[in-house]
Ligand binder design. Structure first.
Ligand code: CUA
Length: 357
């Protein structure tokens, strides 16, 4: 036997004060990080408001619980191993007891078996959740077509009655308690629709239709976001889903089907002339007027919307004026060019656009 090894004294478990304090400092740091992370959730939609989101949230909590439990067990095993390390080193340096070796092999084997079993359970649970979520709402859903564009959402309400179809942008009204089927496609690059309180993400792919069924069970305004990097202003490509009782939704739908309100005074009349005689008319549609551009949002009922520029700014006269004059200052890279005009023309144009309820 090697006397040099036998005579070596085991090293102390924790050698000095700073080493003893290290785990406590690390624990406090982890706790602080956890608090910051949880506090960050308060400003973000995190309460499921529909059956699909409830199911997805349940799946998420299952994954989080299992992952946390495994983390705790692994950390406990690691700490136990570290605490045993000096004694174990002394033992192995003297002789290697066969029973200890066998115990180690059994422990590793059991850990691998438990890991495989847990992963299998999570896989099955995930597949089942996917099937349930996809099958939901197949009966008589409200059909809404959504086309992703750089960087806004074109929203069309299909209707079996000819002439009842209408198009809007960036705000999707839906009735509560009724399944809605979103038919998704893209006019340019790949986008992704994500309204966390109602469903998971679904890509919008050029020339390839996809479908997403969702339902809101309580009235509210649910913020959505493009979740696939789609260019410079990807971050400013948000949308609102406004869930409301059936009667309110029906009234909104009926109002949206109407052509634009005609100008009611001199200022609005001048504003309409400005609109129809400048570059606005080349890209935007206002139903009931010669403006029939299809590459930018339909403005027939612009004043009924809460935001402009796909949620970039609120729909107020000041923001609308800034957007008309210099959209690049609000959303650099947007396809809309600046429209310098006289203050009188701008005021008239604002009066007209604000009248489009
Ligand atoms: Cu559209 Cu990101």
């Amino acid at each position: 036997m090697n006397s040099r090894l036998v005579n070596r004294a085991p090293r102390p478990l924790l050698r000095n004060r700073s080493e003893r304090r290290a785990p406590r400092v690390a624990g406090a740091g982890a706790l602080a990080l956890l608090c910051v992370a949880i506090a960050g959730c308060s400003g973000w939609p995190s309460h499921p408001a529909g059956p699909q989101a409830v199911r997805i949230a349940g799946e998420w909590w299952l994954f989080l619980s299992v992952s946390c439990a495994i983390y705790v067990v692994v950390m406990a095993a690691l700490i136990a191993a570290l605490l045993r390390a000096p004694r174990a080193r002394a033992e192995t340096e003297t002789e290697l007891p066969a029973p200890a070796n066998r115990r180690f092999s059994y422990a590793v084997g059991a850990a691998v078996a438990i890991s495989v079993a847990l992963l299998f359970v999570l896989l099955i649970s995930d597949l089942l959740t996917g099937r349930v979520v996809e099958a939901f709402g197949a009966n008589d859903p409200l059909i809404i077509e959504i086309k992703g564009r750089q960087w806004w959402w074109e929203v069309s309400y299909a209707d079996p009655i000819a002439g009842n179809r209408f198009t809007t942008a960036n705000e999707i009204h839906i009735p509560i308690g009724r399944p809605v089927e979103l038919l998704l496609t893209s006019a340019d690059v790949i986008h992704s629709l994500w309204v966390p309180e109602l469903h998971g993400k679904r890509d919008l792919i050029p020339a390839y239709g996809r479908r997403l069924r969702l339902q809101a069970d309580r009235a509210g305004i649910y913020r959505g976001q493009c979740a696939e990097f789609c260019g410079y202003q990807h971050a400013k490509m948000s949308l609102l889903i406004i869930a409301e009782p059936e009667a309110v939704f029906a009234a909104w739908q009926n109002a949206q089907r109407q052509p634009a309100r005609p100008p009611a005074n001199e200022s609005e009349t001048r504003g309409q002339q400005v609109f129809l005689s400048t570059t606005c008319v080349m890209c935007h549609t206002v139903q009931g007027t010669p403006a029939g551009g299809k590459v930018a949002p339909d403005l027939t009922h612009l004043a009924s919307r809460q935001t402009i520029a796909s949620g970039a700014v609120p729909n107020t006269p000041g923001h609308l004026a800034a957007w008309i004059l210099d959209p690049q200052s609000i959303k650099p890279g947007t396809n809309m060019p600046g429209n310098p005009m006289s203050p009188q023309d701008l005021q008239a144009l604002l009066a007209y656009l604000r009248s489009l309820t």
